[in-house]
Design a protein around this ligand. Structure first.
Ligand SMILES: Cc1ncc(COP(=O)(O)O)c(C=O)c1O
Length: 421
């Protein structure tokens, strides 16, 4: 049932008092503005620090101090298996089996590793389809990959753009482009959500169309994991990668993740670049010749688990387990809907919300495109203790992450726009 929003401040107060996740705000540290907690709408860039992280770091510091190398096998969280501790929680967020997930490296590194496993260009099938305006790191990764294989990016990369005058892509256009290029496409590799527009793509339909032409389908889920619940296994996605420092609140440069569909992950013949942490544990420490990958996604691990770079993720996922991704998503839909409603009540301010209006096609982010004044409005927000970000050209991204943002935070954002612009 659609929610009836209104511009009365009592509406925000009432929504917060009936919010089942309201108490989660207290689990996070906020940056300060004039001695008070700032309002933080930048969780799509770097999530806030869970208060539990400090204690969790202390636990591993103690293991290191007291057990030294013994920490790999002893202590509360033996480091040999540390990355596995996060798999059950991630499995609930992305809808994948535990053998399809591993926690390792950072996003662009994982993207390279996945593409090296799955991109097998030959004379006729060698093209990669991605969206125009994909996150630059993904563009660089694809560009350097095709060059690595001696191909010309201008020929080997197909970029799909929105229709003339539009900012977002239609699923039909993506599928038509896949069909049109057919057997010349080796791989479709797109952002699951575009970082600039906040558009969430129809992953299942794109994967289906990709498989129909015999190609591989992978997604960069940086802006999706922890934001929108997924069913990657059921949707038959071949691979996906993500980072943990946005909605997952794991800290700057925290370790990211890889999903590989079982049909590939369980097959040890699936090509990959190997390292000893991906080798079967039974033979890992025999120090013998010959790489024997684990028969699951952990077979893509390469190096020793960077424990101190994973602690934030482990602590944060405990919060996700408590809250539940469906409750998080339900609140997110209402909160973003409320933000959108309030923005449409600002007749004097000229801007366009370029994020899709349907909740199915977006997460906790609205991108506001200002033909002029974008930078000035961004600066005014920051001066007023509301942290949002600005992306050229002209876009303020506002991301009310439901674990630590409230309806009153959104209302305050609206009040500043109403009063000053
Ligand atoms: C959509 C997207 N892809 C890739 C990256 C790059 O991630 P990393 O620096 O962890 O490789 C980012 C970083 O913000 C991103 O937003």
């Amino acid at each position: 049932m659609p929610i009836e929003f209104n511009t009365d401040p009592s509406f925000a107060i009432q929504q917060d008092s009936s919010d089942v996740l309201a108490s989660y705000k207290a689990l996070f540290h906020f940056p300060k503005h004039q001695g008070k907690d700032a309002i933080y709408f930048c969780g799509n860039s770097l999530g806030l620090q869970p208060k539990s992280v400090e204690g969790a770091i202390q636990i591993e510091l103690n293991s290191w101090k007291d057990l030294a190398v013994g920490g790999y096998f002893g202590g509360p969280n033996p480091w040999l298996y540390y990355h596995e501790l996060m798999i059950p929680s991630i499995s609930k967020l992305i809808g994948a089996n535990s053998d399809e997930i591993t926690i390792t490296n950072t996003l662009t590194v994982n993207l390279h590793l996945m593409m090296l496993s799955f991109y097998k260009p030959d004379k006729t099938r060698y093209k990669i389809l991605m969206e125009t305006g994909a996150f630059p790191s993904d563009q660089y990764a694809v560009e350097t990959l095709v060059k690595h294989f001696g191909l010309n990016p201008a020929d080997a990369i197909i970029e799909i753009s929105p229709k003339e005058g539009k900012k977002i892509l239609e699923t039909k256009d993506i599928i038509d482009t896949i069909d049109q290029h057919g057997s010349s496409i080796a791989m479709v590799m797109m952002g699951g959500m575009n970082y600039y527009t906040g558009q969430f793509f129809e992953l299942e339909k794109i994967a289906h169309a990709t498989h129909e032409i015999g190609a591989i389908c992978g997604f960069d889920l940086a802006h999706v994991v922890g934001n929108i619940p997924l069913q990657l296994h059921q949707w038959n996605i071949d691979f996906a990668i993500w980072c943990s420092y946005k909605y997952l609140n794991a800290g700057p440069g925290a370790v990211g993740g890889i999903y590989v569909h079982e049909k590939w992950a369980n097959n040890t013949d699936t090509q990959r670049l190997g390292g000893w942490w991906g080798n079967d544990e039974k033979s890992r420490f025999k120090m013998e010749k010959g790489f024997h990958p684990k028969p699951n996604a952990s077979g893509w691990n390469i190096s020793t688990t960077p424990v101190f770079n994973m602690i934030g993720l482990k602590a944060s996922l405990e919060i996700f387990d408590l809250a539940g991704i469906n409750a998080i998503r339900n609140k997110s839909i209402r909160l973003t809907g409320y933000l959108e409603y309030l923005l449409t009540q600002l007749p004097k301010l000229s801007f366009e919300i370029i994020t899709p209006t349907s909740a199915d096609e977006r997460g906790a982010q609205l991108s506001l495109y200002f033909k002029e004044n974008g930078r000035a409005i961004h600066d005014k927000m920051m001066e007023s203790g509301i942290i949002v970000d600005y992306r050229e050209p002209g876009v303020i991204r506002v991301a009310p992450a439901p674990l630590y943002c409230s309806f009153q935070d959104v209302y305050q954002f609206y009040c500043i726009l109403r009063e000053h612009f």
